[in-house]
Structure formats: structure tokens, C-alpha cells
Ligand binder design. Structure first.
Ligand code: FAD
Ligand code: NAI
Length: 474
């Protein structure tokens, strides 16, 4: 172990929490080191999460369009075939370019990148063990004015459904299948189950989603959730709700999945199982317990205050490690606020205005409270909805499924939530997040001129409809 190196800030983890925190700290004049155990930067998001999944969602949607829908537009594509190896290579290329860009970004801000596994020795010291390829591990000591933990999360496993990385897999392997499964059973009807289930369905697999709750995509607005299930069912995804997977075993090259719905037992026969039942914070091996960094005993999340300080004042934590939705943009927003706090600046993250998107077709995008939540809280409210089928652009594009739902407070008209299921919802939600950040009313949205013809006109009409003033609604 050599002499310790000194920094203003040592960041552990180079995902969207860690690397964004590094850049912001460097902008504020801090001397920064970023420790990452993997050779590639970017965390789960860039390597095995947001980016590769969206690359496959986009590619599989093109295949589906070419195969099933182009003829409706008068485009005859001929013999459409799938080159899965090429689709995967393109996805890997996108990931490689983006992770390289993170490296360049950190280098251009003079952030020192240290590859190895970090462990906290005391409140201001990080030990990094660099695994030598020859088996000779080296260790390095970094001393810091402050430490920012951004080590992210790992998938939850089901012990009776043991993953072998080939036939019974998690999301990372399901982004890399070398052939289209014949029958993919997805355990969990959440974000990953619906997105990766959609990818493999579009590419030709039979896909059965087994969800233990009575509904898929639990946290969504009920009306949106029901519409999503109906549209995905139309695409051929099969849903077994209120159903638990009890076990899965390989028998003669196939997998037998035992399921149970209340007191009824059943069995599914398939060739691939994807386990996607949630993720949990990754704190193992960091030495937090020895330092007295408090964790939530139920969730395993690191406890932090409003400036992301843990129970040990020089140690901060952000992203999937702490409470709140496990989303990349949430991790980045927290990292910026945490680092600005360390630099003595004011700031906070507005959790009422964090968007969430499910990249199915159609997409689902949402911000703020759902109808169920405003009812539970007893808030007097008004709702305006408008279907995409009522807009000219959606008709031109043949993308008429879905609707926009705007929820506003009855007395003040202040926006409480916006829920979109439909084409380009992921981009359209940005306007709604901004409106909520600015404390806008539904009338503010309604009186904002929107380009014609655009999908966003459905948003304007839904906002008008909060006061029953929609121009086009019948
Ligand atoms: P991570 O991105 O997990 O980064 C943590 C980093 O810390 C990792 O690189 C890890 O190697 C490193 N690390 C861990 N322990 C140590 C240690 N001891 N020493 C050194 N380094 C360490 N979110 C979205 O917002 N949009 C999406 O479309 C989306 N799609 C997703 C798709 C999938 C399949 C998955 C799995 C997730 C997806 N997410 C998405 C969630 C998103 O990836 C996470 O919320 C986000 O990556 C969290 O960022 P983070 O910085 O907290 O942690
Ligand atoms: P999830 O929490 O979204 O969904 C898990 C689902 O599995 C839930 O509906 C749950 O009820 C169900 N479940 C749990 N145990 C079960 C069991 N034994 N049998 C059947 N069903 C069971 O978790 P998921 O899909 O694993 O994703 C993890 C996280 O990654 C998400 O919560 C999200 O934060 C993030 N993510 C975000 C994406 C995006 O922003 N577009 C895309 C993919 C992941």
C-alpha cells in the first residue's frame, strides 16, 4: 500500500449519480477522484440498463414496423428478416461510444479515474483494491474532504428460481440472448419485465409475464395501467396476474416453472426465464456498518438528510442507494444537489417533479400524483383527458392509441400530475415537468400555443378539458 493521495471529493461509482457528481464538483473547483470497479464507466444505466435496453427497444420496434405495419402506409419492404447478431452489435456499439464519452468527459474535467473496488476505511479514507490481471491485487489509499457514495443497486433474486445466466437469467443476460426465445416467461410485470418482454415479443417470442400483484406496472395511474395492459395484450404479451412463481427447474433442456394463483397451482413450460422482480441498494463490502453509516433496516437504503449527508457527516450518498425511484435522472439530480451542498451552495431536488417513463409501444410517461393518490389524500381535484386519436398528427402517423390525463387542484387549478400513454410520451412529459416545477396551472398549459399538427396538441386539449373547454372533444 503506497502513500495516500489527497482529494477534496472521492466519488465511489461512475454511474449517472457518480459521474455527474464528479463533473459538477470539478466545475466548482474541487480536486476529484472517481472510483469504479468495472473497466467501463457509466454504471448500470449505460452498460446494462437504460441505454442497451432502449437500443433494443428501438431496434425491435423498427423490425416490428417493417414486418407488420409498413404495408399499411403503402411501403412494401419485401422479405424482412431479423439479423439478431447485428442488432446486438449495434446496441453494443452505442454502449461503447457512450461509456467512452463518460471517460472523456471526466478526463476533460481533470477527474482522476481509479479502477478498483472501494471500501471505506474511515470517515475520510477510501481504500481501493485494484485486481491485477495476473492475480496480484494492488491497493491504493485515497484521502478525501468528503466522500460521495453512488454504488447503485443490484437485482433481487428469487432463491427458488436459481439464475444460471443462460436459461434462467436477469436483465443483463436478457439484453444479450443469442437467439430469440421460443417461449420467454418473465417473472415480474414492472419496468424491466414490460420493456424487455416487449423487445422479445416484437422479435417473435411468445412472452408470458407472471406478476404477483393484481396489476402490472403497480405505481402507475390506474386508468393508464389498464390501458397499457390492454395494448400490450393486443401485441401478444400474455399476463398472469395475482400469480406467484414458486420455482423453476431445468428438465431435458426446457424449464418448468411452477406457479400459484391463490390456491390453484399451475405449470409453465418454456425455454427462457427472465427474473425481474426489483432491485436493491448495493452497499455490500463498502464497510459502512463499521463506520456507523445508518441503513434503513427494511429496504437496505442508506439513510440521508435533505442534502444527502449520511449519519457520518463527511459521507454522502445518492442514486439507487438512497430512497426514491431508482431512475438515472433522479440519481444525477441528487448528485448535483449533494455536491453543491458540499461546496456550500443551496439547493434541493423536487421529488414531486421527477418524471418516469416506460419505453413500451406506446410509451408511458408520468409526473406527479396519480388519480388514485389524489383520492387517497383527499385532495379536491379536476381531471381532463384527451385521446391521441383526436389529433391530426397521430392520425397521419397511424399512432392513435392512448391518451393524456391532466390532474389539477380544484380550487387553485395548480397541476398535480400528468399521465401520458401514447406516441412520444417520453419527450412530451418534459413540458409537463417544467410546468410543475414552475407551479403552473392547467390553464397555463391550456393557453400555451402548441405547434400544429403535433402529438402535444393532445396535452393542450387534455389541459383545456380540465375545465371542460376542449375545442375538439365531443
Ligand atoms: P449505477 O448506475 O448502478 O452505478 C453504480 C456504479 O458503482 C456501478 O458502475 C458499479 O460498478 C459501481 N460500484 C458499485 N460498488 C462499487 C465499489 N465498491 N467500488 C467501486 N465501484 C463500485 N433508469 C432510467 O431513468 N431510465 C431507464 O430507461 C432505465 N432503464 C433501465 C433498464 C434496466 C435493464 C435497468 C437494470 C435499469 C434501468 N434504469 C433506468 C435504472 C438506472 O439504470 C438506475 O437508476 C441508475 O443507473 C442508478 O444510477 P446510480 O449512479 O445510482 O448507480
Ligand atoms: P419493478 O419494481 O419495476 O417491478 C418488479 C415487479 O415484480 C413488481 O410489479 C412486483 O410486484 C413484481 N414481483 C415481485 N416479486 C415477484 C414474484 N415473486 N413473482 C411475480 N412478480 C413479482 O422492478 P424491475 O422491473 O426489476 O426494475 C427494477 C428497477 O429498475 C425499476 O423499479 C426502475 O426503477 C428501474 N428501471 C427503470 C426503467 C425506466 O425508467 N424505463 C426501465 C427498467 C428498469
Amino acid at each position: 500500500m503506497g502513500a495516500a493521495k489527497n482529494y477534496d471529493l472521492v466519488v465511489v461509482g461512475a454511474g449517472p449519480g457518480g459521474y455527474v457528481g464528479c463533473v459538477r464538483a470539478a466545475q466548482l473547483g474541487m480536486k476529484v477522484a472517481c472510483v469504479e470497479r468495472h473497466p467501463r464507466l457509466g454504471g448500470v444505466c449505460l452498460n446494462v440498463g437504460c441505454i442497451p435496453s432502449k437500443a433494443l427497444l428501438d431496434a425491435s420496434e423498427f423490425y416490428h414496423l417493417a414486418n407488420r405495419r409498413l404495408a399499411d402506409y403503402g411501403v412494401i419492404a419485401g422479405d424482412v428478416r431479423l439479423d439478431l447478431a447485428r442488432m446486438m452489435a449495434r446496441k453494443d456499439q452505442v454502449v461503447a461510444e457512450l461509456t467512452d464519452n463518460v471517460r472523456k468527459l471526466l478526463e476533460s474535467h481533470q477527474v482522476e479515474i481509479v479502477h478498483g473496488k472501494a471500501r471505506l476505511v474511515d470517515a475520510r479514507t477510501v481504500e481501493v483494491v485494484e485486481g491485477g490481471g495476473d492475480g496480484a491485487a494492488k491497493s491504493l489509499v485515497l484521502e478525501a474532504g468528503a466522500i460521495l457514495l453512488a454504488t447503485g443497486s443490484e437485482p433481487v433474486a428469487i432463491p427458488t428460481v436459481p439464475e444460471d445466466g443462460v436459461a434462467i437469467v436477469g436483465s443483463t443476460e436478457a439484453l444479450n440472448f443469442d437467439r430469440v426465445p421460443e417461449h420467454l416467461v418473465v417473472v415480474g410485470g414492472g419496468y424491466i419485465g414490460l420493456e424487455l418482454g416487449s423487445v422479445w415479443r416484437r422479435l417473435g417470442a411468445r412472452v408470458t409475464v407472471v406478476e404477483m400483484l393484481p396489476q402490472i406496472a403497480g405505481p402507475l395511474d390506474g386508468q393508464v395501467r389498464r390501458a397499457l395492459q390492454r395494448l400490450l395484450t393486443r401485441q401478444g404479451l400474455e399476463f398472469l396476474l395475482d400469480t406467484r412463481v414458486e420455482s423453476a427447474v431445468a428438465v431435458d433442456g426446457r424449464i418448468r416453472v411452477q406457479i400459484r394463483r391463490q390456491d390453484q397451482a399451475g405449470q409453465l413450460d418454456c425455454d427462457r426465464v427472465l427474473v425481474a422482480v426489483g432491485r436493491r441498494p448495493l452497499t455490500r463490502g463498502l464497510g459502512l456498518e463499521d463506520l456507523g453509516v445508518k441503513l434503513d433496516p427494511k429496504t437496505g437504503q442508506v439513510r440521508v438528510d435533505a442534502r444527502y449527508r449520511t449519519s457520518v457527516p463527511s459521507i454522502y450518498a445518492v442514486g439507487d442507494l438512497v430512497a426514491g425511484p431508482m431512475l438515472a435522472h433522479k440519481a444525477s439530480a441528487e448528485a448535483v444537489t449533494a455536491v453543491e451542498g458540499i461546496a456550500g451552495l443551496a439547493g434541493s431536488v423536487n421529488y414531486d417533479a421527477i418524471p418516469a417513463v416506460i419505453y413500451t409501444a406506446p410509451e408511458v410517461a408520468t409526473v406527479g400524483l396519480s388519480e388514485d393518490q389524489v383520492k387517497e389524500r383527499g385532495i379536491a381535484h379536476c381531471i381532463g383527458t384527451y385521446p391521441f386519436s383526436g389529433t391530426g398528427r397521430a392520425r397521419c402517423m397511424g399512432e392513435t392509441d392512448g391518451f393524456v390525463k391532466v390532474i389539477a387542484q380544484a380550487r387553485t387549478d395548480r397541476l398535480l400530475g400528468v399521465h401520458i400513454i401514447g406516441p412520444r410520451a417520453s419527450d412530451m412529459i418534459g413540458e409537463c415537468v417544467l410546468a410543475m416545477e414552475f407551479g403552473a396551472s392547467s390553464e397555463d398549459l391550456a393557453r400555451t400555443a402548441h405547434g400544429h399538427p403535433t402529438f402535444a396538441e393532445a396535452l393542450q386539449e387534455a389541459a383545456l378539458n380540465v375545465r371542460k373547454c376542449s375545442i375538439y372533444a365531443s
